[in-house]
Design a protein around this ligand. Sequence first.
Ligand code: BT5
Length: 315
Amino acid sequence: MRKQILRLLRTGEQISGEALSRELGISRAAIGKHIKALRQAGYQIEASPGCGYRLLSIPDILSAEEIGCYLAADTPWKIHYHASLDSTNNEIRRLAEADAPGFSVVIAETQTAGQGRLDRTWHSAPQAGLWLSYLLRPKMPPQLAQTMTLTSACAVVAALSRFGFACRIKWPNDVLGPDGRKLCGIKSEMRSTMDEVEWLLCGIGININNLSFPEPLDQTATSLRILKGEPLPRAPLAAALLEELERFYAVLCREGFAPIRQLWLRDAVSLGQRVRVSNWHEQFYAIAQDLDENGCLIVERDGQRQILSSGDILL
Ligand code: BT5
């Protein structure tokens, strides 16, 4: 209901309590309660006796109502919004295990224990970024579902390009700004048998309005605000990302990874370059060459072709 009230107020016109109550089929007292709750959430709403309500300003929050204003009414995403969580990945995993449906999304304004891969931490400053995890229940073989990290990276690049940012992808899970610094990291988890996937979750962290980063991240990280020189409203960006994720996932379900691989190759940074590879058992130098049909990186190491299914590369 609050989302619908917001949609009506967003025209910027004054609208009477009576008109709102008629349009939405609820009492004027109920309208009054929703207006109070919206003000508490940070919306500045002017009320003039006899004339009605007018929206004066919108807070920079990532609530379901605010993001919902930028999404189509029939969006499949169900947003769970939190002021603070240890990690949105932990919360979406809990929902997955409690049988939550696919297309559930958890968003937090801050994370107290944001996670990177392999026990690394993810810096998640309050109100600065988009810290989001989503759940899918794909009817596809686990091997294809595993490409969802790369697919999500393509969706991030597509969403950011709508706001004028030309970003690049670094295998396996980073999106970099045009300056080569890390703007976004992705961490996926899956529960499956050898044949079918029970659930798949992806956590995406995008630095949006960070002005700076603590050491040593200040050497490697960037944010959209640093790149652009001005802050960005986060809710339209979150909505764009959810739309692109839905679109890319539909392509993956319908056509497999091949068309997404082409987009990935177009936007990848590392190909043709000498990289340092670290994986769980060794470190070595190689030339990054290609991405195979399963999303593995093909490198040339001492004249030999090697296929990497996991690990980190340093340019
Ligand atoms: C990642 O791991 O890049 C995956 C990050 C996933 C974060 C999202 S936020 C929403 C969801 N909830 C979570 O708890 N996690 C997900 P990895 O490739 O292992 O990179 C981790 C490394 O990136 C760290 O060791 C730092 O060097 C660096 N790093 C940490 N925070 C960063 C930040 N905000 N921006 C850029 N780099 C960062």
